[in-house]
Ligand binder design. Structure first.
Ligand code: HEC
Length: 175
């Protein structure tokens, strides 16, 4: 049996956001097409799914594996928080990447109609909070920001592609 503080909290957030989203209609899943000029400037070889799987999720996993605690029947209770300056810097850097990932979701050809911009901007905001938590080396702030990040991912998936909710299990939450 394995209990993680993050799993429990993330579950509550998911539940809260599902309740909050009852009655909302699903957004159109079509990206807003880039103009020819834009398409020649940005490299959009990766579609949204690839961006999520190879860019955003790996970044987020580093953060989720750096916050909370695990209760494992073999290894007992242990904390995931950074314990030295170097690992805090790694969290700081990944927070910065999350800020920029919010921008990457807004590239012409990747952005979509509806609340997409709001979710992308919220991603960047949470990235800034992660950076501040890392600067202050504050475990609780880092945990809260990690939970907020999970909640932004989930809210956007709920709005744009609800099937993802069943497939989407952040790596850090299951180990
Ligand atoms: C602005 C909206 C938005 C945000 C924010 C967002 N996603 Fe996504 N995500 C999507 C959409 C849309 C898809 C589905 C793309 C498709 O299948 O066409 C997706 C798909 C995925 C997938 C499935 C990829 C696959 O292989 O099928 C993963 C994993 C994922 N997102 C991870 C994340 C993580 C982790 C976060 C937060 C750190 C996040 N996403 C935040 C919109 C978003």
């Amino acid at each position: 049996m394995l209990v993680s503080r993050f799993v429990l909290r993330a579950f509550c957030l998911t539940l809260a956001s599902s309740v909050g989203f009852v009655g909302c209609t699903q957004e159109s899943p079509e990206p807003i097409a880039a103009t020819d000029a834009e398409a020649s400037v940005y490299n959009l070889t990766m579609d949204t799914t690839e961006f999520m799987a190879h860019v955003l999720e790996p970044m987020a996993d580093v953060l989720w594996k750096s916050a909370g605690w695990i209760l494992d029947e073999n290894e007992g209770y242990y904390e995931l928080y950074p314990t030295d300056d170097e690992s805090w810097l790694n969290v700081h850097n990944h927070g910065a990447m999350i800020v920029e990932a919010g921008n990457l979701m807004l590239l012409p050809g990747r952005a979509q109609d509806g609340a997409w911009t709001t979710y992308a901007q919220a991603t960047s905001e949470v990235g800034l909070r992660i950076m501040s938590a890392a600067d202050a080396q504050n475990n609780e702030d880092l945990f809260q920001a990690g939970a907020q990040l999970y909640s932004v991912c989930t809210a956007c998936h709920q709005a744009y592609n609800p099937e993802i909710l069943t497939r989407f299990t952040p790596g850090g939450l299951t180990e």
